[in-house]
Design a protein around this ligand. Structure first.
Ligand SMILES: [Zn+2]
Length: 251
C-alpha cells in the first residue's frame, strides 16, 4: 500500500496525488480536465465554515486518464472545492483546493491478490469506494470483510445457547476462537486490531482516514498471510538455506 498517496485528503491542481490506475494498477492517473461549478450557497455569499472570511466554493468533476499506453483507462472524480488565498513574495494569489469525495471506477488502496476469494475482494473494493466520502461506513465495511474471512477459514459462526436455540457467535469471540487455530492463530491479533478500528467506525462519526489506512495496512498483511503465504515461503527458504549452508541453486 502506498500510504502517502491516500494520506492526502485535499490537493491543488499542481500537486494531484500519484493515484494508480484501478484497472491495470501499473499506470498513473493523469488529470485531463477539471470542471468547477460554484454552488448556490457560495453565490449567496454564505461563509464557508472551514475558511476565515469569504471564499468561493462549490463542486468539481475531474477526468483522469491512465498513462499506461496499453490501458488508457478513464476515471472520473467528483468532489468539493474552495478558493484559498496563498501568500507569495509578490503578494497573495488565489489557489483552488480540491477535496475528492467519489471516484468511478473506485481507486484501489491495496492491491489484493487474486488468490483471495472473490466475495472478500468485492467487499474490500466497496470499502475503497467509501474511503473519501464516508470514513465510518468504510470502517464498517472493513469489519464485514473480517466476518467473511472468518467464514472462509471456517471459524465457527453459530452455537447453541442455554435455551437450545441456535445463535450467532460475535465477531470478537470468533477472533478469540481463531487464536487457538494452529495455522491462523498468529494473525488473530492483527484481525482483532482491525476489528477495534471497524467498531469505532460503527459507533463514532469522527473516525479519521489515517485510522482507516492503519486498518488497510494490517488487512494487507492478513491477506498475505492467509492467501499468499509469502512469509511462510520466505521462512522456509531461509531455513533451507541455513540448514544446507548454501544458496538454493546449489542445493
Ligand atoms: Zn491503467
Amino acid at each position: 500500500m502506498v500510504r502517502k498517496t491516500f494520506d492526502i485528503v485535499s490537493f491543488r491542481q499542481q500537486d494531484i496525488p500519484d493515484w494508480n490506475c484501478p484497472t491495470c494498477i501499473l499506470g498513473l492517473l493523469i488529470s485531463n480536465k477539471i470542471v468547477k461549478q460554484e454552488c448556490k450557497e457560495s453565490k449567496a455569499g454564505k461563509l464557508l465554515d472551514i475558511y476565515d472570511g469569504f471564499s468561493q466554493y462549490g463542486y468539481f468533476f475531474m477526468h483522469l486518464e491512465c498513462n499506461n499506453p496499453s490501458c488508457n483507462e478513464n476515471v472520473f472524480c467528483l468532489g468539493f472545492y474552495y478558493n484559498d488565498l496563498c501568500p507569495t513574495v509578490n503578494g497573495e494569489i488565489t489557489e483552488t483546493v480540491y477535496i475528492p469525495k467519489y471516484f468511478y471506477p473506485n481507486l484501489r488502496i491495496l492491491n489484493i491478490s487474486n488468490k483471495c476469494p472473490q466475495d472478500i475482494r468485492n467487499l474490500i473494493d466497496i470499502s475503497f469506494s467509501l474511503y473519501y466520502s464516508d470514513s465510518s461506513s468504510c470502517a464498517n465495511k472493513i469489519r464485514v470483510v473480517l466476518e467473511h474471512i472468518m467464514n472462509n477459514l471456517r471459524i465457527k459462526k453459530e452455537t447453541i445457547n442455554s435455551k437450545g436455540r441456535i445463535v450467532k457467535i460475535k465477531l470478537h469471540d470468533r477472533i478469540l476462537q481463531m487464536k487457538n487455530n494452529k495455522r491462523y492463530g498468529k494473525i488473530s491479533d492483527y484481525i482483532l486490531a482491525i476489528k477495534w478500528i471497524g467498531n469505532d467506525g460503527s459507533h463514532d462519526d469522527t473516525i479519521v482516514q489515517n485510522d482507516i489506512l492503519d486498518a488497510y495496512e494490517i488487512l494487507e498483511r492478513v491477506i498475505e498471510e492467509i492467501y499468499e503465504k509469502k512469509t511462510e515461503t520466505l521462512e522456509k527458504k531461509v531455513k533451507k538455506i541455513n540448514t544446507k549452508r548454501k544458496p538454493l541453486s546449489k542445493i
